[in-house]
Design a protein around this ligand. Structure first.
Ligand code: MN
Length: 443
């Protein structure tokens, strides 16, 4: 595990002056993205956020100003995807972080040279940061699992395996998009309770899920099992993730094999990946509640109990078409925290590889909706509207049970702790477009 080092020093300031009071991207954060200048045909390349700027890692690499592992990592980060950088592993990623931190610190001799390698974030566009070979979505909030279970199975909300297995399913990487993603309302099979047969219709119960996304770093071979204490050696970093969900499609299709078309029409992630090393000051002790079973030995370790959790505040907002037209502020929907997760990142990774399943650099693991213990901490509309029975009222008087066309969902995350510089994840936003006309029969 990478401990706290000089890159986390709260007193560190940058010659990029916007970084020093930046709520998300002070010099202590240094998250990675794939970017290019907006409205150009420039090649995609890696960048690191510093204040309201991006340091261009393709230019850093070409200038050959770093040495050894840091230069090797900069070359990997200059590629159109971050997979190579991720696959280099922790030591190399850490060497690049130290080199970047030093070069961006106030008084650095490299300041004048690096100044020309900065791009304003407002002039940039982003891409999905890596080729995501496989996408897995977990279900790690026991509060979400219980609330949703109650709606689908009132007598039996939490299935007996929940407290033993980090439950998950294999998703679809082809529909993952970066913040700003716009997609049509999905159409599919829906069977309303008062009908005997299903209809094929646009989704009427479209929802979001407030999640974090874990990016796998160094990969493993088929048959290789990741020990829980080494699991984070394979975790490159964390982003925000919105797992859009069609609740009416889900209700009809999910038994017996779990989510399918209710989940794979769109998944939106934030462009910036905050590295595990940047999150070191915000680690959190992990334990299952008193009376719950201890995890099986392969999911249990002293290290994981001492510091396997991350204290990350999560916020979710809604901006409707009307709010945009009337220029009124977006509405806060809920606030939660990743520390409530029933399973840690290390447990998700070690469980995933426990049968010998190969993990590849760039694989994405969704954490599942991160609802907290209180009702207002719910990470989906399904929970906030009690399964669509109790519409929520927004500050401008509009109401919602589920999402409407033109709605934009925005998620943010940040980490704050006494003695540490506050860092954030930026945001992920996505917008619902009207459903596409369905192909009609040729007869
Ligand atoms: Mn999900």
């Amino acid at each position: 595990m990478l401990e706290i080092n000089e890159t986390h020093d709260i007193n560190l300031n940058s010659w990029v002056s916007s970084a020093n009071e930046h709520k998300d991207f002070p010099i202590q954060n240094l998250p990675f993205a794939i970017f290019r200048r907006k409205n150009t045909e420039q090649g995609w390349r890696g960048g690191v956020a510093i204040g309201d700027k991006i340091l261009d890692l393709a230019l850093i690499s070409a200038a050959n100003i770093f040495t050894g592992e840091a230069q090797q990592a900069a070359m990997a980060a200059a590629q159109p995807t971050l997979n190579d950088l991720m696959d280099l592993g922790k030591q190399s990623n850490s060497a690049l972080r130290r080199a970047l931190s030093k070069a961006l610190t106030n008084g650095s001799a490299l300041a004048s040279h690096l100044h020309s390698m900065l791009v304003d974030q407002k002039d940039a566009e982003y891409n999905v940061p890596c080729t995501v070979g496989d996408f897995t979505d977990f279900y790690t909030s026991i509060y979400h699992a219980t609330a949703v279970g109650k709606l689908f199975r009132p007598d039996n909300p939490l299935l007996p395996n929940y407290k033993w297995i980090p439950i998950g399913y294999h998703g679809r990487s082809s529909s993952i998009g970066v913040s700003g993603q716009k997609f049509p309302r999905p159409t599919g099979q829906i069977k309303s309770p008062n009908r005997t047969i299903p209809e094929f219709s646009p989704c009427k119960r479209l929802d979001y899920e407030l999640e974090m996304g874990l990016f796998i770093g160094k990969g493993t071979k088929l048959g290789e099992v990741i020990h829980i204490d080494n699991a984070e050696d394979h975790l490159f970093g964390i982003c925000l993730l919105n797992d859009w969900s069609a609740r009416d499609l889900q209700a009809w299709e999910y038994q017996p094999l779990g989510p399918f078309l209710a989940k794979n029409f769109a998944t939106t992630i934030s462009p910036w990946i905050v590295t595990t090393e940047a999150l070191a000051p915000f680690r959190h002790a992990f334990a299952h509640p008193e009376g719950d079973p201890e995890p099986l030995p392969y999911l249990n370790s002293t290290k994981n109990s001492a510091s396997g959790g991350f204290n990350i505040t999560l916020d979710c907002f809604l901006e409707t078409q009307k709010m945009r037209e009337e220029k009124t502020p977006m509405a806060a929907l809920s606030r939660s925290n990743f520390k409530h997760s029933y399973w840690t990142a290390a447990q998700m990774i070690s469980h995933h590889s426990s049968n010998g399943c190969a993990m590849q650099a760039g694989d994405l693991l969704g954490t599942g909706t991160q609802s907290g213990p209180e009702e207002q901490e719910a990470g989906s509309l399904l929970e906030l509207s009690k399964g669509g029975k109790a519409a929520i009222t927004l500050p401008n008087g509009e109401t919602r049970t589920f999402l409407e066309d033109g709605d934009t969902v925005i998620m943010r995350a940040s980490c704050a702790k006494k003695g540490a510089k506050t860092i954030g994840f930026g945001e992920v936003s996505g917008t619902i477009l009207p459903s596409l006309p369905q192909p009609t029969s040729s007869q």
